[in-house]
Design a protein around this ligand. Structure first.
Ligand SMILES: [Mg+2]
Length: 484
């Protein structure tokens, strides 16, 4: 039999009798994008946890495995067709091991959301305290509770599936695509609106693949345009690899309807040139030049962070800087016309609304909590996106969004943050401790072995930090229709 990633997508994902694919648990060491995209809900698991789970299997036997698999299956509803998952069947033949039941209860009144760069990772490597912080959230804490969390990064340039594999390896934790929003995730909601689009940024053909994966039907890259007419960018020559991958076509008769900047540009000069050519074109036809400069096409950026925290000691220019350059140059070239571009990502309110839906679905499916958290602790390193967005969203949200600024990224100690966080701490581990202590103090719950409220046994399992007792799980709870 051919390896799974050699098979065509969806053809080999085991299906439930209902026709829906079953959950697959994949090792972070062997998972590939091809295997993940083969269909169905997936969670990427560190190798050590794969072994532990496969040895212990599921103490509740098949019924327990079934219930967990159903829950994880339901967790994919947000990104799939929106229909509730079937709870009546599962496939014991699913590759990977069945999910084991939660061994510790989950805190229900609060949750965490994390920015990634400058908080958990820096230059692609984990910030040391991040690994410990994840352990604490996953139950290794004095209260013996798991705390639900999601990731909300402005970064991009890879599929959500690939980011999950990376993050699982880097932080040694289980990560599901259902926990993950990156800058360009909301762009998938625009596939019906535009047919032919220019996709800018990222390595090689990666962002074209991401866009096509989202469902965009006709995706053009700057390389395609340069291949068609090398005079487009006088100082940029395509490499042999780029020339091979780029798609030649008649651009004179091709109407590009919108530009999507999915990830950071690898060639600012060439990409800015092509974006401005289209912004000044007659309705998105390459090679045309508008006389009025108001016939251009919309430009979407997956975020607008001017700087970000990479491996270098000082912050590096980000996509927001490219955006500013395009807008300013358009004004210069058109003698004063304004170019309005659109940005997704933090601090846009829409991104936090998307995060709210994702978190609610994740808490319901993974932690069996079917109501919104009272408080969401957002941990970030960039005042202009993380803190500004969290504070603004807190103003309009029904629950509390509590901003925590860390000192491991963009924000530097000794400077005044442009947007004031509710707390400032050194590292993400301090942020997690701060949020937990604040919550448990509020609820007057003490550590397990410190004379506090007893947190074990059956009472422990159903304890609600809101002072209510959760009902035992029923299919109704885990199959509530999707949030919209
Ligand atoms: Mg950051």
């Amino acid at each position: 039999m051919a390896p799974p990633d050699m098979l065509s997508p969806l053809s080999q994902a085991p299906l439930l009798p209902t026709g829906r694919p079953a959950l697959r648990r994949l090792s972070s060491m062997t998972a590939t994008e091809g295997i993940i995209n083969a269909g169905g809900p997936v969670v990427v698991v560190p190798e050590r946890l794969m072994h532990r789970r496969s040895k212990t299997h599921d103490p509740r036997g098949f019924a327990g495995a079934l219930e967990s698999a159903r829950n994880e299956l339901a967790s994919m509803n947000l990104e799939e067709d929106g229909s509730p998952a079937s709870l009546s069947e599962s496939s014991p033949d699913t590759p990977g091991t069945p999910a084991s039941p939660p061994e510790v209860p989950s805190a229900d009144s609060f949750a965490f959301a994390f920015d990634i760069d400058g908080v958990l990772l820096r230059g692609g490597r984990p910030i040391p305290e991040a690994i410990e912080a994840m352990k604490v959230l996953n139950g290794e804490n004095e209260y013996g509770m798991k705390i639900p969390y999601i990731f909300l990064t402005n970064g991009g340039g890879k599929t959500e599936a690939e980011r999950c594999i990376d993050l699982s390896r880097q932080l040694d934790i289980e990560v599901s695509p259902a926990q993950f929003i990156c800058g360009h995730t909301p762009m998938r909601e625009m596939v019906e609106k535009y047919h032919t689009v220019l996709v800018v940024g990222g390595e090689g053909e990666k962002c074209r693949e991401v866009a096509e994966g989202y469902g965009f039907r006709d995706v053009i890259t700057p390389g395609d345009i340069i291949k068609d007419n090398e005079a487009t960018t006088p100082f940029r020559r395509l490499t042999n690899e780029e020339r091979k991958n780029s798609r030649k076509r008649d651009y004179g008769s091709t109407k590009i309807e919108a530009i999507f900047v999915f990830a950071d540009s690898r060639d600012w000069a060439g990409d800015i040139q092509i974006m401005l050519d289209l912004a000044m074109s007659k309705g998105g036809y390459i090679g045309t030049l508008s006389e009025t400069f108001d016939e251009g096409i919309p430009i979407y950026f997956s975020h607008s962070d001017i700087v970000w925290s990479a491996a270098h000691d000082n912050v590096r220019l980000g996509m927001g800087a490219l955006r500013r350059m395009v807008e300013m140059l358009f004004k210069d070239l058109t003698k004063g016309k304004e170019l309005e571009t659109i940005a997704f990502g933090k601090p846009q309110i829409g991104t936090f609304e998307f995060a709210t839906r994702l978190l609610q679905q994740w808490r319901k499916d993974e932690h069996h909590i079917n109501r919104p958290p009272e408080t969401v602790y957002f941990v970030g390193d960039t005042p202009e996106s993380d803190i500004k967005g969290t504070n603004q969203f807190n103003e309009k949200a029904k629950n509390t969004w509590y901003s925590i600024l860390v000192r491991t990224g963009v924000y530097q100690e000794g400077t005044e943050p442009a947007y004031k966080p509710m707390a400032t701490v050194d590292t993400v581990l301090d942020a997690v401790r701060h949020g937990m202590e604040r919550e448990f103090k509020k609820k007057k719950i003490g550590p397990k072995d410190n004379g506090g409220l007893p947190l074990n046994g059956s009472t422990f399992k159903n304890l609600s930090l809101s002072g209510e007792v959760n009902k035992p799980l029923t299919p109704e709870i885990v199959t509530t229709p999707d949030l919209v």
